[in-house]
Design a protein around this ligand. Structure first.
Ligand code: FUL
Length: 493
C-alpha cells in the first residue's frame, strides 16, 4: 500500500471520531467563585415571590402572640378552604406557600401525636381535621411548593426551656417532615423565651439562644429527613432573614454571609440586611412582610391592607435587590383570604406583569469592550437573548468592562434590570448606566450589588443607546440578562 493510501485509510478510520469529538466539545464556563449556590438555592431565588400564611388560635382571639393557654375549642373556621389560598396565590404569581404549622402559642394545626394542644381537640371537622394536610394537598394541586413554620418557642408546653422539650420539638419536626411529602422550605423563627402558660405554671422562661436548641444538630436532623429542604433562620444554613419585617433588602445585598457571626434570635440585623462579600456561605436573604399591619388576621385591620402600589414598592426593594419577597396573607376567621387582601394582591400581580412583560432590549445587538474569548458562549448579545442560562463574561482578570446596547430607534423606559449568572457566584460590586443623550453619554443611574436580580427605578429616558459599565467586581464580571422596561401606569396610582 502506498503511503498516500495508508494516510487515506487512516483518515477514514479516524474521521468519525474527530467529528464526534469536535461536535461534543463544549467550551468551559468561567471559573466559579469559591462560594456558589446549590441547585436548590438557585431554584429558590428564581421563584422570587413566596406567600406566608399565619393562621392559628390567634385568628380567633385577635392576638399576635397567643399566651399558650387558649382552648383548642376556639379554633373553628366556618369555611376553611386551603384551595382558595392556593388558587389566589397561584393567580398572584406566588410560587410557594409557607404555613404556620405551630406558632408561639404551641397550638398545632395538625393532629400531632405528641400533644393534646391541636386541631384534634377542636370542633373544626369534629376533631378529625388536619390543616397541614389540606394545605399541602392544595399547594400540590396548584403547583406550588410547600413550606412549613414550626415555632421553636412554645408558650404552651410544660417542658419548654428544659431538655425534654427538645425531644418534643424534634418529634414534631419528624412528623411534619415525614408525613406530608416533599417540603421545600422550613422556617425557624428567632423569637424565643419569655412569659407563657407553660403547662399551667404561668411564668417567665429564658433560654440560652446560643446553646439551647443546638441548631447545627437540628439542621442535620432535618436534612436527614428531607435532603432537599431549604432551611431558613437568621443564620441559614440555606436562606437567611433579611433583618427587618418590612420586606426591604439592603441597597447592597450579597447572598453571602459568615454564618458563624450570626446567633439565631440575636442577630446583627444590619449584617443580615446587606450580606457580606467575604461571606463563607451562600445564604440568600428572604424579605418577609405582612400585607396587613399584623401577621395574624384582625378585622379592625380590614381597611389597613397594603395597597397594590405599596406591594410593588416592596417588590422593587426585595426581588429588585437580590432578595425573595415573602408576603404574608393571613386567613380570616372563616378560614379564607379576605376579599381586600385578594383584591390588592391581584392588582399587584397585574401591575408587575404589565411593567415587565415587554423588555425593550430583547434581541438588540450588544457590543462589549471585553470578552472572555471570542466564542459565542460569552458573546455580549447573550445579555439580550432573554435566557437566564446564557451569559456574557469579561476577559479573564478584567474587572472594568462596558457593554453597549444599540436599541436602533429611540425608546422610552424608566425601569432597568440586571442579572448575574449566580451559579458562578455573586461578583459585581458597582456599576453605572449611561445613555446617549444630545450627542453625549450621560450617566443616568448607579448601583452596587446585582446578584440574581437588580431592578432600578429612574425617571423616563428616551434614547437609542445604553451603556452598562461594570466599575468594580470581586471576580471577572458576568451578566446573564439586561432589561429596559416602561412602568405600568398602575405603579403610580
Ligand atoms: C416573628 C414572630 O414573632 C411573628 O409573630 C411572625 O411569625 C414573624 C414572621 O416572625 O419573629
Amino acid at each position: 500500500m502506498s503511503a498516500k493510501l495508508i494516510v487515506h485509510h487512516l483518515f477514514l478510520i479516524l474521521a468519525p471520531g474527530i467529528f464526534l469529538v469536535s461536535c461534543s466539545y463544549q467550551s468551559p464556563d468561567i471559573t466559579p467563585n469559591n462560594v456558589v449556590p446549590s441547585p436548590q438555592q438557585i431554584a429558590y431565588q428564581e421563584m422570587e415571590l413566596i406567600g406566608f400564611v399565619h393562621f392559628t388560635v390567634n385568628t380567633f382571639t385577635d392576638k399576635e402572640w397567643g399566651f399558650g393557654d387558649e382552648s383548642p375549642a376556639i379554633f373553628n373556621p366556618g369555611s376553611l378552604d386551603t384551595r382558595q389560598w392556593a388558587r389566589v396565590a397561584k393567580a398572584a404569581g406566588l410560587k410557594e406557600l409557607i404555613l404556620t404549622a405551630k406558632h408561639h402559642d404551641g397550638f398545632c394545626l395538625w393532629p400531632s401525636k405528641y400533644t393534646e394542644h391541636s386541631v384534634k381537640n377542636s370542633p373544626w371537622k369534629n376533631g378529625h381535621g388536619d390543616v397541614v394536610r389540606d394545605f399541602v394537598d392544595a399547594c400540590r394541586e396548584y403547583g406550588l411548593k410547600v413550606g412549613l413554620y414550626l415555632s421553636p418557642w412554645d408558650r404552651n408546653h410544660a417542658d419548654y426551656g428544659k431538655p425534654e422539650y427538645l425531644t418534643y420539638y424534634r418529634n414534631q419536626l419528624r412528623e411534619l417532615l415525614t408525613e406530608y411529602g416533599e417540603i421545600s422550605e422550613i422556617w425557624f423563627d428567632g423569637a424565643n423565651g419569655g412569659d407563657g402558660y407553660y403547662g399551667g405554671v404561668n411564668e417567665e422562661r429564658r433560654i440560652d439562644r446560643e446553646t439551647y436548641y443546638n441548631w447545627p444538630e437540628v439542621w442535620q436532623f432535618v436534612k436527614k429527613l428531607q435532603p432537599n429542604v431549604l432551611i431558613f433562620s437568621d443564620a441559614g444554613p440555606d436562606i437567611r432573614w433579611i433583618g427587618n419585617e418590612h420586606g426591604f433588602a439592603g441597597e447592597t445585598n450579597w447572598s453571602l454571609i459568615d454564618a458563624s457571626k450570626v446567633t439565631v434570635g440575636a442577630a446583627d440585623t444590619k449584617y443580615l440586611n446587606s450580606g457580606d462579600p467575604k461571606g463563607t456561605s451562600w445564604i440568600a436573604g428572604e424579605c418577609d412582610v405582612s400585607i396587613r399591619p399584623g401577621w395574624f388576621y384582625h378585622s379592625d385591620q380590614d381597611d389597613k391592607v397594603k395597597s397594590p402600589q405599596e406591594l410593588v414598592d416592596i417588590y422593587y426593594k426585595s426581588v429588585g435587590r437580590n432578595g425573595t419577597f415573602l408576603l404574608n396573607i393571613p386567613p380570616d376567621k372563616r378560614g379564607l383570604f379576605h376579599e381586600n387582601d385578594v383584591a390588592s394582591l391581584n392588582e399587584f400581580q397585574r401591575i408587575v406583569h404589565e411593567t415587565f412583560k415587554k423588555n425593550l432590549a430583547i434581541g438588540k445587538p450588544v457590543h462589549a469592550n471585553s470578552l472572555q474569548t471570542d466564542q459565542e458562549k460569552f458573546a455580549a448579545d447573550n445579555i439580550t437573548d432573554e435566557s437566564l442560562s446564557s451569559y456574557w463574561a469579561a476577559g479573564e482578570g478584567i474587572i472594568n468592562a462596558s457593554l453597549e446596547i444599540n436599541l436602533g430607534s429611540p425608546a422610552i423606559f424608566d425601569r432597568l434590570m440586571l442579572q448575574e449568572p449566580i451559579r458562578f457566584g455573586q461578583r459585581i460590586r458597582e456599576f453605572s448606566v449611561k445613555c446617549w443623550i444630545d450627542g453625549a453619554w450621560q450617566e443616568i443611574t448607579r448601583g452596587t450589588t446585582v446578584g440574581y436580580k437588580r431592578l432600578l427605578r429612574i425617571d423616563p429616558i428616551e434614547t437609542n443607546k445604553v451603556k452598562l459599565n461594570i466599575l468594580d467586581a470581586d471576580n471577572t464580571p458576568a451578566i446573564s440578562n439586561f432589561g429596559l422596561f416602561k412602568a405600568s401606569e398602575g405603579e403610580k396610582q
